[in-house]
Design a protein around this ligand. Structure first.
Ligand code: FE2
Length: 222
């Protein structure tokens, strides 16, 4: 991996979005919520081209420029559990209720109505150039929440925050699922992995296992 850029997404939620540049000059975006021009400016600076977009989950505050960036030659990968958020407004209404579905129609580029190119597998590995992404399914915040690991870093989306966890009261959320997912992270993710959550500050697994009350409670259950 040549570089990781942190690019804040749109107000008011300012999702943490990331752009990874591989040694071969290919670009991978995690959660494309910043204006498309910001990614394009950095890709140009790195003499790189966008080839992949990976989603930690399907919420509207993580995909603001998805449709604009998902051009031919760019592969969109996500968890099948959140795929329904993208198929049609009808499906979104059916699954999440009208209020939630409306959030998607308010996106700057109206991101409903298209399909992913690839679907993550739990524990699966996706190779993009020299970078090896491992995807762990961590339902709880949404059905299709995924933690994406590569090169000693975990993009934890809205599952694990610095000192906190994501909400489980939104459509598709489940506190039981979240508890199982946190146990899984506690068990599988080594202490020296840096944690880059979907919102606010960064952390590492050691710190989270020692100080995050939701992860501390997994101690002894692994
Ligand atoms: Fe979310």
């Amino acid at each position: 991996m040549r570089k990781i850029y942190h690019i804040p997404g749109r107000p008011p939620l300012y999702c943490n979005s990331f752009l990874i540049i591989t040694q071969a000059g290919n670009g991978i975006i995690i959660d494309p919520d910043a204006p498309a021009e910001e990614y394009n400016r950095l890709l140009e600076k790195e003499n790189a081209r966008l080839t992949h977009i990976l989603l930690t989950h399907g919420h509207h505050d993580h995909i603001g420029s998805l449709k604009q960036l998902h051009q031919p030659g760019v592969q969109l990968w996500m968890n099948p559990g959140d795929r329904v958020m993208y198929s049609s407004r009808m499906d979104a209404v059916r699954t999440f209720g009208p209020a939630s579905a409306d959030l998607y129609t308010q996106l700057p580029d109206g991101s409903l109505g298209f399909e992913p190119d690839g679907l993550f597998e739990d524990g699966g590995v996706l190779h993009i150039d020299e970078v090896e992404f491992t995807t762990l399914f961590t339902p709880g915040h949404t059905k299709g929440s995924t933690c994406i690991l590569c090169d000693g870093v975990m993009f934890s989306g809205d599952t694990l925050f610095c000192g906190d966890i994501g909400r489980t009261d939104l459509p598709g959320g489940s506190s039981d699922d979240m508890r199982s997912s946190l146990n899984k992270l506690y068990r599988l993710v080594p202490d020296d992995v840096d944690v880059l959550p979907g919102h606010e500050g960064f952390s590492n697994m050691k710190q989270e296992k020692e100080t995050n009350p939701y992860l501390c409670s997994c101690r002894g259950r692994e």
